[in-house]
Write a protein that binds this ligand. Structure first.
Ligand code: ADP
Ligand code: MG
Length: 331
């Protein structure tokens, strides 16, 4: 158990990364609608999806370290199409929170609950989950399937980290969440993902809602990116200056958007390689200095000199896909 707690730090570094893991599971479970509710005061959250659900047999094994339903043989390992395959996320989160899982598969009439503790104040006040806990048999409609994951008091047994997480400014958690969802949504543009958070006043406020596209063509990624960015970042992104990038070379493809006009915030720089985040500081630094050498003329509405001049950063979202073994380069 101590080992599990220690290992959790590798897999769950923050509340945003925990949510990212859970949402990836929902996408792996073919969900088309994912709703996230967040309470930063208690480091609690809930993710509800309409995916295939967890079978009663799997429910018993879930949260065991290395339990995964996604890899059945070592052959599968070479051709992973899902985000998950380690079976570490849920076991890590379970070891440092009070986790409740409610799930229903289609051909099984009831739902199954795995529960760590009773409902907390936050959720019962909001009546979000109370109904479900009170009526565990019918949280989902008859012919439907899906999963609700409730994580309460993340890091409750890691007081130092929990204090650090609780004092983290709200906007930083929100930005981290935006980035995680952005990275997921550009590859899963038909999946609707919404985030609401609990305000001091106990009202639920929408952070953003990405309405999944009904249809999309693989070759129109520019529109996909624009759509995702607009929903998640609203007015932060200089949309009118965005240009699409689309290159193909042998078995490599590069898709993305890039802004002609630099922005003040550095966190609008995203790179993915084969769907996984690629944050190489050296490469990012090089790109930024190249941009500066080009002496960009910032657009009027992005420049406001207050005291010292601002540093400007190019905004870009670059997605590289190539052969599977390209991932080895990232390690
Ligand atoms: P991994 O994703 O690497 O398999 P996780 O610890 O994230 O490991 O999840 C463990 C298992 O729990 C998954 O393999 C899957 O079978 C099941 N699971 C988790 N979340 C969901 C979900 N939202 N819907 C269906 N199954 C899920
Ligand atoms: Mg997973």
């Amino acid at each position: 158990d101590v080992l599990r707690k220690l290992q959790s730090q590798i897999h769950v570094i923050s509340i945003a990364s925990a949510i990212n893991e859970i949402v990836q599971n929902s996408i792996d479970a073919q969900a088309t609608n994912i709703e996230i509710l967040l309470d930063l005061n208690t480091l609690s959250f809930q993710v509800r999806d309409n995916g295939i659900g967890i079978s009663p047999a799997d429910m018993i094994l879930i949260c065991k370290q290395h339990y995964t339903s996604k890899i059945r043989s070592s052959k599968d390992l070479a051709d992973i199409k899902t985000y998950g395959f380690h079976g570490m996320a849920l076991s890590s989160i379970d070891s440092i929170s009070k986790l409740t899982i409610i799930s229903k598969v289609k051909d099984y009439n009831g739902s199954r609950i795995k529960m760590h503790a009773g409902p907390t104040k936050f959720y019962s006040e909001q009546n979000i989950v109370k109904d479900i806990i009170d009526n565990p048999v019918h949280p989902f409609e008859k012919e439907s399937s899906g999963t609700i994951l409730i994580v309460r008091n993340l890091m409750y047994n890691l007081p130092v980290r929990s204090n650090m997480a609780k004092t983290e400014p709200q906007y930083r958690v929100f930005n981290a969440l935006r980035e995680y969802v952005l990275r997921l949504s550009i590859h899963n543009p038909t999946v609707c993902i919404s985030v609401k958070y609990l305000q001091q006043s106990n009202n639920l406020e929408s952070l953003f809602k990405y309405e999944g596209l009904k249809t999309y063509k693989e070759d129109n990624t520019f529109n996909v990116y624009l759509n995702v960015l607009r929903s998640i970042y609203e007015s932060i992104v200089p949309y009118n200056t965005l240009k699409g990038v689309s290159l193909k070379y042998k078995q490599y493809s590069v898709q993305g958007v890039i802004s002609k006009s630099p922005v003040r915030v550095k966190h609008l720089q995203f790179m993915n390689i084969n769907r996984r985040t690629y944050n190489n500081p050296t490469l990012l630094k090089t790109i930024n200095s190249l941009f500066r050498e080009c002496k960009f003329e910032p657009q009027e509405n992005t420049v406001k000199y207050v005291g010292r001049p601002y540093k400007f950063y190019p905004m870009f979202l670059i997605d590289i896909q190539g052969p599977k073994n390209m991932n080895d380069l990232i390690q």
